[in-house]
Write a protein that binds this ligand. Structure first.
Ligand code: PNS
Length: 161
């Protein structure tokens, strides 16, 4: 049986830490679907369409990975597309509490879906989309933290703001 996994998140924007986790997941599961949350409550830096383009560019060449977006409950989406695994990255112990709460709540909502926690490379354990945006906004270098295309787009967006 093919195991289909969903890697959900905001990806605003995708970082090299996310990409590292996607590569690791692609080696473990038959099929990995990166799913961007369409969240009407939050004002994102990049639109869902822009985030989708950046992710698509980042995963080019990994043949069992694709990108989509979703709204509503994650477990409903996971079940609807016939997946059985949710992938979440844990960088440090500080991530664990929130991730544990979400994983257990998702398990309560659907006993058919399992959450798998994965660790990115240590070199990305301090990396987050929020910090990348903050550093870029304050004029610091984000080279090596995000794909070059993301770096260019961040620069362009900040110049026209
Ligand atoms: O990258 P993020 O912002 O940490 O991702 C959080 C995400 C998208 C995984 C989470 O907010 C989510 O699953 N939202 C969908 C709504 C939902 O199912 N909420 C109940 C979670 S227990």
């Amino acid at each position: 049986m093919d195991t289909r996994a969903v890697y959900p998140g905001s990806f605003d924007p995708v970082t090299n830490g996310h990409i590292d986790l996607i590569q690791r997941s692609a080696a473990l599961f038959d099929n990995v679907l990166v799913a961007i949350l369409r969240n009407t409550d939050k004002t994102p830096f990049f639109s869902v369409e822009e985030r989708m383009e950046m992710l698509q560019d980042a995963i080019r060449g990994i043949k069992n990975v694709s990108v989509t977006s979703f709204e509503g409950l994650l477990v409903d989406f996971v079940e609807r597309i016939g997946a059985s695994v949710i992938i979440r990255g844990i960088r440090a112990i500080s991530d664990y509490e929130y991730e544990l709460q979400m994983a257990l709540m998702n398990r309560r909502l659907s006993s058919k879906v399992e959450t798998v926690f994965m660790l990115p490379a240590e070199s990305y354990s301090f990396l987050s989309s929020r910090l990348v945006k903050e550093i870029a906004q304050l004029g610091g270098s984000i080279r090596g933290l995000v794909p070059e295309d993301v770096e260019r787009r961040l620069g362009r967006k900040l110049r026209i703001r």
